[in-house]
Every structure is written in structure tokens, then in C-alpha cells.
Write a protein that binds this ligand. Structure first.
Ligand code: IMP
Ligand code: MG
Length: 219
């Protein structure tokens, strides 16, 4: 299983070293109390939008596409922290190329579930983009404001090419050819979602699947 699944019984010891350790993750998850049930019991979490299995399957597909498209020009993946950290970690392992990684941290939402219209660079890249084939790896595209800002900022640094891979795109987003969305994991309804790296006020990033945040304001 992918990194998105919880390691429930990684090193069983003593009398309770049982057979669950060797069972498939999907069975083990539902049988072990206190792991996923903490999420199921949370009233702020609504329905599962994307399961661990759906995410893993799609990330593998994206990895294959990127591997084929960038075979002759190994990419520099730019992960947008913090939301894309889990997606990037999984995606990078599905790309069979000698790639490089760098990170940017931006903040556009603060503690709210609505965009503030202000994008702040909290951490800039370490690697020079000149002549590089840059692939921005984003968690989710809502208004497109964050990505639009990022693209402008990175384009000004002279990359050979610049494309975007976003795990999620909210359906409300108008087509934006200028954003060069080369790879999209899933189109989802315009609801506020959390998990698999996505947060609300820094919470739920470690939720292994992606769920609706039910007490959030509509976006
Ligand atoms: P945009 O600028 O409106 O496209 O918002 C993009 C950024 O806002 C994403 O990179 C996320 O960090 C955050 N964001 C947008 N929608 C959601 C959501 O449903 N859940 C969690 N974060 C979100
Ligand atoms: Mg983000």
C-alpha cells in the first residue's frame, strides 16, 4: 500500500503479535479500533470524497504520464507546501525518472476556508530554475489565484518549461488555459475538503483519505 495508508501494526511484539500484520491494509484498517475511527467519530468530517485506494490508483496513473512526458527532460518538481506534501511524496515515487525536488511555501487562506486574495511567499525555492523543466505540484485549485500568482513568479525565473500538476480541481473553476494545468488528479464538487495533506487551520493533514469538511463555509 501507499504512504497514504496508516501503518497499523508495523512491528508486532509479545503475545499480541497477531496475524493482522500480514493482512491487506484495507481489512486491517477497519478492524483495528482507534485508528480511522477517530476520523469517523469527528462531527466536522463528512463523507469520503476520495478513498485511499482511489487516490493511490490515480497518483500512480499521473506518475506514469509524467514519466512518459518527461522522459527526455527530467523534471524539477516544485511542491507547494504545505498542502501538497503528501501528494508530492507519493507522486515522486511513481515517477520513474531521475527528478529533482524543491519546495515553496505559500499562504493564501490563513485560518479561514475562504481565499483572502492575498498570496504570501513563506518559503522560496533553493534551486535556480534557469533552463529547467519545472512541474509545479499543487494540492487543490479553487479560485486559481494561488496558482496564477505562483506561475507568474516562477516564469520570471527563466525555466525552459513550466507546467502544473494539481491533485484536485474544484468544478467551479472556470477553464483557465493560462494556468497550463497539464495534469489533474480529480475534479471535485466545490466543497471544502480536508485530508491527504489538505487542512483547515492546520488540522486533518494526516487524514489518509479526502473528506468533506462539513462545518466549513461554502467556498
Ligand atoms: P485558490 O487560490 O483559491 O485556488 O486556493 C488554492 C489554495 O487554497 C490551495 O492550494 C489550498 O491550500 C487552499 N484550498 C482551497 N480549497 C481548499 C479546500 O477545499 N480544502 C483545503 N484547502 C483548500
Ligand atoms: Mg496549496
Amino acid at each position: 500500500m501507499r504512504a497514504g495508508s496508516p501503518r497499523l501494526v508495523s512491528a508486532p511484539v509479545g503475545d499480541h503479535a497477531d496475524q493482522r500484520a500480514s493482512e491487506p491494509d484495507s481489512e486491517a484498517r477497519s478492524e483495528v479500533p482507534g485508528v480511522l475511527s477517530v476520523w469517523d467519530a469527528d462531527p466536522a468530517l463528512g463523507r469520503v470524497v476520495l478513498s485511499v485506494e482511489q487516490i493511490a490508483k490515480r497518483v500512480a496513473e499521473l506518475g506514469k504520464m509524467i514519466t512518459a512526458d518527461y522522459a527526455s527532460r527530467p523534471p524539477l518538481l516544485v511542491g507547494v507546501l504545505k498542502g501538497a506534501f503528501m501528494f508530492l511524496a507519493d507522486l515522486a515515487r511513481e515517477i520513474q525518472l531521475p527528478l529533482e525536488l524543491d519546495f515553496m511555501a505559500v499562504s493564501s487562506y490563513g485560518r479561514s476556508t475562504k481565499t483572502s486574495g492575498v498570496v504570501r511567499i513563506l518559503k522560496d525555492l533553493d534551486i535556480d530554475l534557469t533552463g529547467r523543466h519545472v512541474l509545479i505540484v499543487e494540492d487543490i485549485l479553487d479560485s486559481g489565484l494561488t496558482l496564477s500568482y505562483l506561475r507568474k513568479s516562477l516564469l520570471a525565473r527563466g525555466p525552459e518549461s513550466l507546467a502544473v500538476c494539481s491533485l484536485l480541481v474544484k468544478r467551479s473553476v472556470q477553464p483557465r488555459p493560462d494556468l497550463e494545468l497539464a495534469y489533474v488528479g480529480f475534479e471535485i464538487e466545490p466543497e471544502f475538503v480536508v485530508g491527504y495533506g489538505l487542512d483547515v487551520a492546520e488540522r486533518y493533514r494526516n487524514l489518509p483519505d479526502i473528506r468533506v469538511y462539513v462545518t466549513g463555509e461554502p467556498t
